[in-house]
Design a protein around this ligand. Structure first.
Ligand SMILES: Nc1ncnc2c1ncn2[C@@H]1O[C@H](COP(=O)(O)OP(=O)(O)OP(=O)(O)O)[C@@H](O)[C@H]1O
Ligand SMILES: [Mg+2]
Length: 624
C-alpha cells in the first residue's frame, strides 16, 4: 500500500473537522420528547449521596433565605425609614422595636442577604462538582466500554457518532446536571415559594399578577421556538462554511494549482452571508421576546403596584407589604422564566443520556468463554479447518470459502492472491476480530473460541496493511508492542527494522513527537516503526500484512533479513503482492475469491501453472 501525502491531508482535516463539528453537534443532537431518559443517569448521580445531599440542603436553604430576604426588605421599608403609627406597631409585633435605632433593620437585611449569597455559592459549588464528577464517570465508563466492543460495532456505527457520544453527549449531560437541573430546581422552589408568600401577603394582588403570566409565557414559548430555529440554521450554515474551509485550506496547493481561489472565496462568502442573515432574524425575534418579557412584565407589575398603593393609602396595607410584594412578583416571574428557558436544555440532555445509556448497553460480539483455556507461550501451530466467513455487513458475499490449511510451529507461510481475495480477512479471523459462520481455527490444538481474546492476541505480533501509529514519540510508538520493554530493547528493535538511522536524524531522536498518526513521517518510515513495534512484541506468531510494501528495494532487503532472523524460531504468516518478498517462504498459499487455489513452494507453484504462475511471470518478466 502506498501512503501518499494526499492521505495525510485527508487524515489531518478529519481531525480538525471533528473538533469543528463538536460545537455544532451540541445544538444539532436530537432532543428527547420527554425527560424520562434522564432517569437513566440517576445511578451515576446517586453514587455520590454526600454531594447530592449537600446540594439538596443548600438548594432549599438558599431558596428559603431569598424568600426570607423579602421580609427583611419589608421591615427595612416599614421600620428602617422612621415609620410611624400603623407601621410602627407592625414592627413591634415582629419583635423589632423602632426605638432601638433603625440600624437593626438594615443589619438584619445585610445578614440575611449575605447568608443567601453564601448558601447560593455553596449550592453552585456542590452541584457543579457533582456535574463534573458524573460526566467524568460517564466518559470513563463509555470509553472503557467502547474499547471492548468488536469491529462489527464500528462498522455499524460511524466513528464520528461514537466520538460524539463520548464528547458532545456527555458534555450535554454535564450541562444538565451541573447547571440546567440546578437552575430548574432552584427556580421551581423559589418561584413556588414566592407565589405562596404573595398569596399570603395579598391574595387579590397575587391573582392579578398571575393574570399577567400567560401574556408573557405564551409569547415566550412561541418566540423561543423561532429563536432556536434561526440559531440552528445559522449554525448549519456556519458549519458548511467551515467544513469547506478546513478542506480547502488543508489542500491549498490543489486549490491554487487549479486556480480555484475565486470560486472558493465566493462559496465561503455565500455561506458566511447566510449565517449572518439567520443570525439577524434570530436577533430580531430575540429582541421582541425581551421586550415582551421585560416591558410587558414590568408594566403589568407596576399596574398591580399602583392598585396596591391605593390600598396602602387607604391603610389596608403597609408600604413594606407593597415593596415586599413587588420583589416577590419579580422573583416569581424571573424564576418561572428560567424554568421555561432551561426546559429545552433538559430535553436535549435527555436525548443525550438516552444515547449514552444505549451505547453502554451495547454487548461485544466477541467475548471470552466462561472457563477460558490456558495458553502461555504458544508453540505456534495453526490449524484452519473448513473456514467459511462473510462480513456481517456484507452477508451475501463470502470473504472466505471453506478454507483449510495448517502451519507447523516455526514455519513461514505466505498468503498471496489478487486484491480482495481474502488475505487480510484471514488475519482478522486469526486474531478473532470476527467469528466465522462455519469451521474453526486452532492454535496449538486449542480452538480459539475457547481462549479469552486477550490470551489469543498475546500470541501474535501483527504488522497491519495500513500501519496505524499514534501521536507520541518514536519511542512510545515502538514500545506500544510491549509495555515493559527497556529503552535498549526498543532501540534494538528499531535497528532490526532498519528504522534506527532515520529516527536518530529526527530533531529529538527517539523522543521526537511524530504528530497525529505519526504523519510527519514518510509512508516507508511509518511502516518501519510499525515493524519495530511488532519485532519488540516478541510473540510466538508473526503476522505481516504487506509489511514492507512502502519500502524501497534496499530497505526492504534489510527488513526482510531482520524478519528472516526473527522468524527462525517462530511461526510467520506473510501477505505480500510483491512475490520477490515471499519467494523464500517455506510454503505459499494462493487465495482467489476466498478460496485456496494452490499451495506449495515457489518453484512447485510456478511449475504447476495457474494463478500463481501467471502472477509470477508478470512480475519477474517485467523486472527482467
Ligand atoms: N470490514 C469489511 N466489511 C465488509 N467487507 C469487507 C470488509 N473488509 C474487507 N471486506 C471485503 O472482503 C473481501 C476480502 O477483503 P480482504 O481485505 O481480505 O482482501 P485482501 O486479500 O487483503 O486484499 P488486498 O490485497 O487488496 O489487501 C473484499 O471483497 C472486501 O471488499
Ligand atoms: Mg489486505
Amino acid at each position: 500500500m502506498k501512503i501518499s501525502n494526499n492521505t495525510n491531508n485527508i487524515d489531518r482535516s478529519a481531525g480538525a473537522q471533528f473538533v469543528q463539528d463538536m460545537e455544532r453537534d451540541k445544538n444539532k443532537r436530537k432532543k428527547s420528547r420527554s425527560l424520562k431518559p434522564l432517569r437513566k443517569i440517576w445511578p451515576f448521580i446517586t453514587k455520590y449521596p454526600g454531594l447530592l445531599g449537600l446540594f439538596v440542603f443548600f438548594l432549599f436553604t438558599a431558596s428559603m433565605t431569598s424568600l426570607v430576604m423579602t421580609f427583611a426588605f419589608k421591615y427595612m421599608l416599614n421600620c428602617g425609614f422612621g415609620a410611624a403609627g400603623n407601621a410602627a406597631n407592625l414592627c413591634e409585633i415582629a419583635g423589632f422595636n423602632p426605638s432601638d435605632g433603625r440600624g437593626i433593620y438594615f443589619v438584619f437585611f445585610i445578614v440575611i442577604t449575605s447568608l443567601g449569597a453564601l448558601l447560593g455559592a455553596a449550592r453552585f459549588y456542590t452541584i457543579s462538582i457533582l456535574g463534573q464528577r458524573v460526566v467524568t464517570d460517564l466518559r470513563t465508563a463509555l470509553y472503557n466500554h467502547i474499547t471492548g466492543l468488536s469491529p462489527v460495532f464500528f462498522e455499524k456505527v460511524r466513528t464520528g457518532e461514537v466520538l460524539s457520544r463520548l464528547t458532545t453527549d456527555t458534555m450535554l449531560v454535564e450541562t444538565v446536571v451541573g447547571s440546567s437541573m440546578s437552575i430548574a430546581l432552584r427556580s421551581i422552589v423559589t418561584g413556588v415559594g414566592a407565589l405562596v408568600i404573595m398569596f399570603v401577603v395579598s391574595w387579590k394582588l397575587a391573582l392579578m399578577v398571575l393574570a399577567i403570566g400567560p401574556f408573557i409565557i405564551i409569547p415566550a414559548i412561541v418566540l423561543g421556538k423561532r429563536v432556536r430555529k434561526y440559531s440552528r440554521e445559522g449554525q448549519d450554515n456556519l458549519a458548511t462554511a467551515s467544513a469547506r474551509a478546513v478542506e480547502t485550506l488543508s489542500s491549498i496547493q490543489t486549490v491554487q494549482a487549479f486556480t480555484q481561489e475565486d470560486t472558493e472565496r465566493t462559496r465561503f462568502a455565500e455561506a458566511a452571508e447566510n449565517t449572518y442573515q439567520s443570525q439577524k432574524s434570530r436577533l430580531a425575534v430575540r429582541s421582541v421576546m425581551t421586550f415582551i418579557m421585560f416591558g410587558l412584565g414590568q408594566a403589568g407589575v407596576i399596574c398591580v403596584l399602583w392598585y396596591g398603593a391605593n390600598q396602602a393609602a387607604a391603610g389596608k396595607m403597609s408600604p413594606g407589604d407593597i415593596g415586599q410584594f413587588a420583589v416577590l412578583s419579580v422573583m416569581a416571574m424571573v424564576n418561572f422564566g428560567f424554568v421555561i428557558t432551561t426546559w429545552t436544555d433538559l430535553l436535549r440532555a435527555a436525548g443525550a443520556s438516552e444515547r449514552i445509556v444505549e451505547l453502554l448497553g451495547e454487548v461485544p460480539q466477541i467475548t471470552a468463554p466462561e472457563n477460558p483455556a490456558v495458553l502461555v507461550n504458544a508453540k505456534g501451530a495453526i490449524d484452519v479447518q473448513d473456514l467459511t466467513f462473510s462480513y456481517p455487513t456484507r452477508q451475501d458475499e463470502t470473504a472466505l470459502d471453506h478454507v483449510n490449511f495448517s502451519v507447523k510451529p516455526g514455519e513461514t507461510v505466505a498468503l498471496v492472491g489478487p486484491s480482495g481475495a481474502g488475505k487480510t480477512t484471514m488475519f482478522q479471523l486469526l486474531l478473532r476480530f470476527y467469528d466465522p459462520q462455519s469451521g474453526q481455527i486452532k492454535i496449538d490444538g486449542i480452538a480459539i473460541k475457547d481462549l479469552a481474546p486477550e490470551t489469543l492476541r498475546q500470541q501474535f505480533a501483527f504488522v497491519q496493511q495500513a500501519t496505524p501509529l499514534f501521536s507520541g514519540s518514536a519511542m512510545d510508538n515502538i514500545r506500544y508492542g510491549r509495555a515493559g520493554a527497556s529503552d535498549d530493547e526498543v532501540v534494538a528493535a528499531a535497528k532490526a527494522a532498519y528504522a534506527h538511522d532515520f529516527i536518530m536524524k529526527l530533531p529529538d531522536g527517539y523522543d521526537t513527537d511524530l504528530g497525529e498518526k505519526a504523519l510527519t513521517l514518510s509512508g516507508g518510515q511509518q511502516q518501519r516503526i510499525a515493524i519495530a513495534r511488532a519485532i519488540l512484541r516478541d510473540a510466538p506468531i508473526l503476522l505481516l500484512d504487506e509489511a514492507t510494501s512502502a519500502l524501497d528495494a534496499e530497505s526492504e532487503r534489510a527488513v526482510q533479513n531482520a524478519f528472516a532472523v526473527l522468524s527462525k524460531d517462530r511461526t510467520t504468516l506473510v501477505i505480500a503482492h510483491r512475490l520477490a518478498t515471499v519467494k523464500k517462504a517455506d510454503r505459499i498459499i494462493v487465495l482467489e475469491d476466498g478460496k485456496i487455489v494452490g499451495q506449495g513452494t515457489h518453484s512447485e507453484l510456478v511449475k504447476r501453472g495457474g494463478l500463481y504462475a501467471r502472477l509470477a511471470e508478470l512480475q519477474f518478466n517485467l523486472e527482467d
